[in-house]
Design a protein around this ligand. Sequence first.
Ligand SMILES: NC(=O)c1ccc[n+]([C@@H]2O[C@H](COP(=O)([O-])OP(=O)(O)OC[C@H]3O[C@@H](n4cnc5c(N)ncnc54)[C@H](O)[C@@H]3O)[C@@H](O)[C@H]2O)c1
Length: 466
Amino acid sequence: MTQKISVIGLGKLGASMAAALASRGFEVIGVDVNQRSIELVNQGKAPVQETNLDETISANKERIKATTSHEEAVLNSDISFVIVPTPSDERGAFSLQYAAWAFKEIGRALSKKNSYHNVVLTSTVLPGSTREALIPILEKESGKKAGRDFGVCYSPEFIALGSIIQNFLNPDFTLIGELDERAGSQLEEIYSRVMVNGAPSARMSLENAELTKISVNTFVTTKITFANMLAEICEKLPNGNVDVVTNALGMDSRIGRKYLTGALGYGGPCFPRDNVALTFIAKELGVDAKLAETTDSMNRAVAAKVVERLRPMIRENATVAVLGLSYKPFSHVTEESQALFIAQALSRAGARVVGFDPLAGEMALNELHGQIVVLDSIEECLKQAEAVLITTPDPAFKELTVESFKNERSEILVVDFWRILQDKLDEQSKIKYIAFGYGDDDQENTKRLKELWGGTAKETFQTSGK
Ligand SMILES: NC(=O)c1ccc[n+]([C@@H]2O[C@H](COP(=O)([O-])OP(=O)(O)OC[C@H]3O[C@@H](n4cnc5c(N)ncnc54)[C@H](O)[C@@H]3O)[C@@H](O)[C@H]2O)c1
């Protein structure tokens, strides 16, 4: 039975997986090209910031060691998970540059190994990458045959930043793309001992697994974008209420409630790039993946639409506060954050933008230097702002009260994209509160609906002679 596992790449996902595997009793040897990460792991500390990572590494210190030598790791383990970066390239595909380098090192180590070894790629790659690009590197460097002398799998994880360890140990399913049966069975056996919730496995070819991985993300982002589209429609619809609609939609078991809250678009390091990558590979295969393309373009249009909508409501040079700068609550990550896109667009439109986030202030400042003033507290922001945008449903913002918004100004505009303060701020004096996705008394559209449908009633009464 496999007891020794190597993890190549000790970044956000790799270090978390190494810690989680050790917490389930495996001997783990981690590899990274970054000397500092190795030192930290060997001291029992987290090399990157992630929920519970420091505690888990420290609690399982005797079962985790780290090295910069791929050879040492491969020779002292039965299976290697490779979790190196696969950044998007200029075509929108995932670059294999880091993976190729890691596979070269692993291949060299395999040439010195007599016993069976399984190489599992966990990094996100596009269909065809494992078989056509990476296996040939392993075979060339090792002088051995994949599927006969060593095993190869593609097995990505479905995890979210901020809950990587929890998600890794409790997945809905484990995805196993396998070159050969033996490799897939070994991996499935390991997962059966690692996953605390007894999740089922889906085993398939390498290419199907590569496609499944990006399909999960592109499907979820399509669902988010669909809910956001409904929110826009509801805002214009007399009596419209996006939450009422999506709550009901979610009751349909074919649809489900998750990721169906109409609000701002999606962001972060993973979601945005997957639609672009799927569009790319589909085109290469001669397929027009319009749905993925449209999801991506709708998501990229969110910030401009928000600013367009606000323009008539705020005076030029107004100070606008953006509460929430990360791409989601409890995160310091600002990559592809809708809040930052909005802050940037507002600044370009002439507003003075101040912002606050419980964790992401420093990152936001680094990214938007000169376009935003990051303040130390919500209170500081509210003191200066004529308009406030609540861009993430962070619990800190849910605590705000009517009093928090009141000061000597005549009126403050509050746009609440997640509708977290609806109960408190709606219909308060000196606060113009807009709950995104709720239609107010839109006279123009009431008239439009009358024009559109009112004739039917008239005609019916005429033909029935009433
Ligand atoms: N972070 C996530 O939430 C997440 C979720 C799903 C999938 N993924 C995928 O996992 C992969 C890794 O993501 P991440 O967020 O952990 O990246 P990361 O940048 O945080 O970590 C990658 C690590 O790999 C190391 N590295 C680079 N080349 C190496 C080599 N040849 N040998 C050993 N180490 C090497 C780097 O020094 C770094 O520590 C990517 O393909 C990503 O798309 C990440």
